[in-house]
Structures are given as C-alpha cells and as structure tokens.
Design a protein around this ligand. Structure first.
Ligand code: HSE
Length: 429
C-alpha cells in the first residue's frame, strides 16, 4: 500500500469520537479493504480540551477549520458538527476545493439538498451520507444501487430511535411518556431539541432523503404531513394492543398509489404480526417494497456513537474506491406524477373519543360518520360511568382522510364530547 488518503474530521462530538475510536481499533481492517493507507490528519472542533474518552494525538487537534478545508493534502472531509450553519458553508467550501464529503447531517441535506447537490455536480466531487438515515444500517447504498432495478412501491420506516424507545417502554412496561423521554435523553439517543424526535421532524428529515433516493423526487418538509407521538396515551396503546392486535409506531411512509406519491410521518397502528412491529427499543427498521424484488427489510441501530461512525467510515471507503466516478444524484427518471395531499389518502382509522356516558351519544356520533361516508368496523366502550366521562374506541373501514378530519371536527363540537378526539391511521400492507 503506497498510497495514503488523508482524512479531515470536522466535529469531535459523539459520532466524531466514534470515528476516531473505529480508526484506533480497526485501522488495519479498514485499510485492508480500502487498499490504501488511511491517515486521520486533522480533527477540528471548537472544544479540543474536554477529554472524549478516545485515544488521539493532540497534535492533530485544532480549532481552525481552514486547516482542513484549505489543506491540499486532505483528500476527504468528514462533517459531523450537525445543524445548518456553519456546516453548510464548510461542506460547500470543501467541495469547491475539490474534496469529497462524508456527512451524517440529515437536517442539512433535507433542507439544502438542491444547493448541496448542485455544488457536488459543479465541482464533480461526491458527497456521501449513509449515516444520515438509519445510523449504522446500510440502507441508502442498497436503496440507490442494489435496488436500482426496481420501481420502489413503498417505503415504511421506523427511523427515530428515541420515539421508538418511548413507545416501546410505554407499551411493554406501562411507563409514562415524560419519564421515557428523560431516559432517552440520558442515554444520548435524543436530538439536542427532543421535540424533533417526538414531534416527527427528525423522522421527516430522514424521509425526505429516502424519498429522493427511493422515488427520485425532492419534497420539502413543509409540503407533507408530519405528526408526532406526544398525544398517544396508555389508553390508546392498551386498547389497540389488547383488543385489536396492533402496535403503535411512529412511521415514515413513502408510497406510490396510481402514479401519485404519498409522503407522510405519523403514529401508525401496525399489525402485531408485521415485521415492523418487532422493531423495538432504540432500533430502527425500514421495510421497502420493490416491483421486482418484493419486500425487503433492514434492521439495526439507528443512533449512537459506534453504529453511526461505522456508516461514516463505510462512506469513506466508498469514496476511496470510487474517486473517479462521475457524480450522479437525483435520478433523471421518476415514476412520480404528483405528490398526494394527505387529505386525499384512504386508510382505516382508529378513533378515540371522550364522551358523556348517556343514551343517544353513539347515535349522534354515528350520524356524523355516516353523513361523511365513514363506515364503522367496530366500536367499544370499556367503562361505565353514568353521566360521567368515558372513552369510546372505534375502528373504521377504509375511509377518505378529508372526511375523517371533517368528522372529528364535527364530533369534537358536540356538547357530549369532553376532550379532543384522536385518530390514528392503520397500516394495511
Ligand atoms: N435522535 C435520533 C434518533 C438520532 O433518536 O433516532 C439519530 O438520527
């Protein structure tokens, strides 16, 4: 091995430390696969004094990013600082200077995709981002390359570890939402602002990237439905699990229906015998259906220091082996004719209402549903509290979303309805 590839790492946080640790532990293995020597030449961070618990030569640490971006000897730049700025400027500068980039920055890619890819093409340098979705799971490479012969029909992803951890503990240990969020933060799974995890925004950013690679279209976050898990209660979990045989998961959905693409993020009832229902704790699972291949499922750790760093190093190898490859992102072909508005989708729905327990209430509710062409599959009232409040749980047959939204609005205006109702869509696939 005569050739040496010099790597510059911007961001010595959790994942950055993982990159250093993998290179400390597995350098021979990685170099053997790459066929070149790999040298971590510079690590830049604002804080270079706090110990990270990994061995590193202090001489390679710096607070000056130009020591990476302007160093002609650096062949690959790894960006792991996250956020929008200065990450965007660093990435653009690296590419302008002819350096391929590896990043895990899903937020940046989701928001500034067009600008980043334009720069990548213009400068003819690659940008790889396997670690941005599903952490350590090899997902984007297979979706882009191995499944290239397929029209992707659907992608269903449990791609936020924190939300999955919270829902799993609420389901299996009857724990409450707030305690579980605290635990996920303590364990380092959650984003800096955990509302990104629980309100679905982190999942949405990852879905944008999956949609680009899977369906060949770039859609901005404000243009599709994003709903989190903060309104899910123990009652919803218990009833849908014990009486109906479903598990509630926060799901990213990209689905082709007659040439139109549904893109959405929301809690979803998943049949307990579906593979996705077995994706528990902080794990991620992505279920993809292609027209030639049928279903394939990828499973693994979607967050954390070493799994994510594993994907970053994998991308470095990809770049080393394909240095001369022409940059080709954003497929020239797409099967998508239109992005479907959530109001136009159809689904079965679980509905939870809180009503006064007295004669005639169900009659009023079912009247509203029937006027909007929503047919009830089953209905259940668990408690008796004459004149008091009780929850009513309902499953509908397949219905049009805009009718369900309208029905809930009308139902919530009834005097006998005492709390905001909740509906959850059902996965039937
Ligand atoms: N906060 C994210 C999660 C980290 O919980 O999955 C990985 O993107």
């Amino acid at each position: 091995m005569d050739k040496t590839i010099n790597v510059g790492l911007i961001g010595f946080g959790t994942i950055g430390s993982g990159v250093v640790e993998i290179l400390n532990q597995n350098l021979d293995l990685v170099e053997g696969k790459a066929g070149v020597k790999i040298r971590l030449k510079k690590v830049v961070d604002l804080d270079i004094t706090t110990p990270r618990g990994v061995e590193i030569d202090p001489k390679i640490l710096s607070t000056d990013v130009s020591e990476i971006l302007e160093d002609p000897e650096i062949n690959i730049v790894i960006e792991l600082i996250g956020g929008y700025e200065p990450a965007l400027s660093f990435i653009l500068k690296a590419m302008e200077n002819g350096k391929p980039v590896v990043t895990a920055n899903k937020a940046l890619l989701a928001k500034h995709w067009e600008e980043i890819i334009k720069s990548s093409k213009m400068n003819n340098v690659r940008i790889c981002f396997e670690a941005s979705v599903g952490g350590g799971i090899p997902l984007l490479g297979p979706l882009n390359e191995s499944l290239a012969a397929n029209h992707i029909q659907s992608i269903y992803g449990i791609i936020n570890g924190t939300a999955n951890y919270i829902l799993t503990k609420m389901t299996e240990e009857n724990r409450n939402f707030e305690d579980m969020l605290g635990e996920a933060q303590d364990k380092g799974y959650a984003e800096q602002d955990p509302t990104f995890d629980i309100e679905g925004f982190d999942t949405a950013q990852k879905l944008i990237i999956l949609t680009i690679l899977g369906f060949g279209v770039y859609i901005k976050q404000e243009d599709f439905h994003v709903e989190g898990i903060s309104k899910i209660t123990q009652e919803d979990i218990k009833f849908t699990q014990d009486d109906l045989g479903y598990t509630i998961k926060l799901l990213a959905i990209g689905k082709m229906v007659n040439g139109e693409l549904e893109v959405r993020v929301h809690p979803t009832l998943i049949p307990q015998n579906h593979l996705l229902a077995s994706v528990r704790d902080v794990f991620n699972g992505i279920y993809i259906v292609g027209d030639a291949m049928g279903p394939v499922m990828m499973y693994g750790q979607g967050a954390g220091m070493m799994p994510t760093a594993s994907a970053v190093i994998g991308d470095c190898l990809d770049i080393i082996k394909n240095m001369d490859k022409e940059v080709l992102y954003g497929p020239k072909y797409t099967q998508v004719k239109k992005i479907k508005d959530i109001k136009d989708i159809t689904s079965r729905y679980y509905i939870r209402m809180t009503v006064i327990d007295k004669p005639g209430v169900l009659h009023e509710i079912s009247g509203i549903l029937s006027d909007l062409n929503i047919s009830i599959e089953s209905v259940s009232q668990k408690k008796r509290s004459e004149g008091g409040e009780v929850p009513i749980f309902m499953i509908t047959h397949e219905a049009l979303e805009k009718n369900v939204q309208m029905a809930i609005k009308k139902i919530d205006k009834l005097d006998v309805v005492k709390k905001e109702s909740l509906f959850i869509r059902v996965l039937d696939e």
